[in-house]
Every structure is written in C-alpha cells, then in structure tokens.
Design a protein around this ligand. Structure first.
Ligand SMILES: *Cc1c(COP(=O)(O)O)cnc(C)c1O
Length: 380
C-alpha cells in the first residue's frame, strides 16, 4: 500500500461483533475473563484497549514500524523512552529542542542521574565528539524548533549504530507524510500526535514506534507500569484526524511555501527560517530527507525587540496567537516568551533564538487571506 491509502486503511478492519466500519470507542476499564487469564487479548485498559490498538496499528503503518505504543501526551511518550535508561546513562540531544523536552530532560531526568549533552546536531562532528562510554541514546528533533534547522537523520543514525547507541527522532514537526525516520536508519520514532497526526487541535496524545523488539518490550512495560495512556475517546479523535493527514499536510505546505516567499521579500522582515527557501543552510538536505519542506516558518524582525513581536502578534486576525502547531487553523507564537520561556535567555540567544523571532504554523485556510493577515500585522 502507498502512504495515502495507508493513512486510511493501515491496521484498520471492521469491528468483529457488529461490522462497524469505524473502530468503536471502547469505553471500558476492564474485560471479562472466562477463567483467570483466559480472555480475548485484553484484561485491563491501562495495558490495552481496542480503540488504542487501532490507533497504534495505524501509526505503525505510517512510520513503517512493526510496533507502536500510544501515550496520553507527547511528553508522556518521551518520558517513557527516557525511563528505559538508567542512572549514569548519557543522552546526546540538539541545542534547538522543543522547550518541553528540554525541561523534561534537565528538570526531571538530570536530577535522577541521567546525563544530557546539547549540541548543534547540524554539525555531525559535534555529535561524535559528545559520545562517551555511557552514551545510550541520541535524541534527534528535525526540523528543529523554532529555527527549522535540518539534522541529517541518516548520518546521525549511522554514526549511532556504529557506536552501539540507539537513535530516536521526534518526528512531530514533519509528520510521517513528509519524513519517515525509520526508513532513514533511526531506531525509534516519536510523535506528539497532538500536532499534525491529530490535526484539529482538539486532543493531546503521543506515540512511540520502532522495529526494535527489545526496545518496544521496554516501552510496553512502561505503558503497563507507569500508565501514561490515552483514553479511548482521544484515540478515536486521533484516528479520525489521521485519515486526512496527507491532504492536510499537502495543503499546509503549499500555503507555507507562498508565505515564506512573501516574508522573504518583506522590508520589515530581517530573516526567514524555512527549509524550502534556497537560502536555508540545509536546503539540499531537506529536499533529500523530506518529501516537502513543511508548514512551519519562523522569522525575525528588523526591529528586533520583544515589544514589537508582541505587538505584531496581537494584530493578526486569522493567525491565532497560541502555542502548539499542526492543526487545520493557522497559529502564530513567540518562542522567546511562550514555548521556549523555560529555556534561560543566555542559552536561547546562544542557540540563535532572537527576541523578535515569530513562529507560524500554517494551516489550510485560503493563502491569500493568510498573506494579507501577516502583511497588515507587519505594516501596522
Ligand atoms: C508538542 C511537542 C511535544 C510535546 O507533545 P505534547 O503532546 O504537547 O505533550 C514534543 N515535541 C515536539 C516537537 C512538539 O511540538
């Protein structure tokens, strides 16, 4: 099956007792047993639920994985991955990382004795230099947030496997429609399904997928033991969202490309970060690694102040000022004061995240309305 067919059919079959074409919302906490441990495959809903199973099979199909486990949030999924490690273990990650991941790593797991190095992963030598005998995991996030730099998944995955280290990719920003990390050699792929997979900004969720049986055993143990599982209604909403993933992302990217070109020519704009622009430092890598250049854009202003950025964001009418991304509606945000507020200013600036940087998540509205909206806000 090709991707667009998989988005609708992978792992989905009509429900057996009724023939319902769509997976029912199995709103139950427990399942009947004929005799102790004799059941139809489900014993307790923390461990498994058929609506969740349908979602896991669908995401596994889209990521070319044999196993997938779903979580109640993206950070819940990351938390489970890091808990497969132990004190003394070391993780290498990017210095341009989702703020919530950074907070989880440094505020929760560092105090428990897991070490983290944050490096510029667009430079493979920096990754290699950070490897030490305790390194167990390389955590890739690409495109990065919010600067939309591109990390070479294949090169990092190759280097990590040569060193006996697992590599994981947070694929939230690209979605499996644009990028399939396991096919590029990564061991683990993770999603905040809250974003493009769900696609309608109405549900929080996470997923981990892999072909690595031993690793997925550990993840299943985490699901059962630490229990950050999604409810059946949330699984249903995410399943419903995924069925239009390919057409949503395609249209969002089409819109984003036009907006990026418009911003790139605008005299109030200092710099546009977008992997689809030829001036992007990893333009060629993005073209090779991704099916298309994505629907996230960030840009800085000539008037590089927090005040001006805040004023601009208050004056858009269609772009809604909000955290998050990947929904059908366009969103605008200010990383320095919102998503990346938990990263200290000095570290933020060192990573190139300027005060006026604005991030757009481009939705599927009419692109002329979107361009008009940004233009008015820039010139007001
Ligand atoms: C949103 C996000 C997360 C966290 O996911 P939640 O569903 O909000 O817990 C992790 N990584 C990236 C890249 C994200 O955008």
């Amino acid at each position: 099956m090709k991707f667009n067919t998989k988005a609708i059919h992978a792992g989905q079959k009509p429900e057996e007792t009724s023939g319902a074409v769509m997976p029912p919302i199995f709103q139950t906490s427990t399942y009947v047993q004929k005799a102790p441990n004799q059941h139809l495959g489900y014993d307790y809903a923390r461990v498994g639920n058929p609506t969740r199973t349908a979602l896991e099979k669908l995401i596994a199909g889209l990521e070319e994985a044999t196993f997938c486990a779903c979580f109640s949030s993206g950070v819940g999924a990351i938390d489970a991955i890091i808990k497969t490690l132990k004190p003394g273990d070391h993780v290498i990650s990017t210095n341009d990382l989702y703020g919530g991941t950074y907070r989880l790593f440094t505020s929760v797991f560092e105090p428990y004795g897991i070490g983290f190095s944050f490096v510029d992963m667009t430079d493979i030598q920096q990754v290699e230099a950070a490897i030490n005998p305790n390194t167990r995991l390389i955590w890739i996030e690409t495109p990065t947030n919010p600067l939309l730099r591109i990390i070479d998944i294949q090169a990092v995955a190759e280097m990590s496997s040569q060193n006996g280290i697992l590599s994981a990719v947070d694929n939230t920003f690209a979605s499996p429609y644009l990028q399939q990390p396991l096919l590029l050699g990564a061991d683990i792929v993770m999603h905040s399904t809250t974003k493009y997979l769900g696609g309608h900004s109405d549900v929080i969720g996470g997923a981990v997928a892999s072909n690595h049986e031993e690793f997925m055993e550990k993840i299943r143990f985490q699901v059962k033991t630490t229990g950050a599982v999604p409810g059946p209604m949330d699984c249903y909403l995410t399943l419903r969202g995924i069925k239009t993933l390919h057409i949503r992302v395609e249209r969002s990217v089409e819109n984003a490309k036009k907006i990026a070109l418009f911003l790139n020519e605008h005299d109030k704009v200092e710099h546009v970060h977008y992997p689809g622009l030829p001036n992007h430092p990893q333009f060629e890598l993005a073209a090779r690694q991704m099916k298309d250049s994505g629907a996230m854009i960030s840009f800085s202003l000539k008037d590089n102040t927090i005040e001006r950025a805040v004023q601009l964001m208050a004056s858009t009418k269609i772009f809604t000022l909000a955290e998050s991304l990947g929904g059908v509606e366009s969103l605008i945000s200010h990383p320095a004061s919102m998503t990346h507020g938990s990263i200290p200013k000095a570290i933020r600036e060192k990573a190139g995240l300027s005060d006026s940087l604005i991030r757009l998540s481009v939705g599927i509205e009419d692109v002329e309305d979107l361009i008009h909206d940004v233009d008015l806000a820039l010139t007001s």
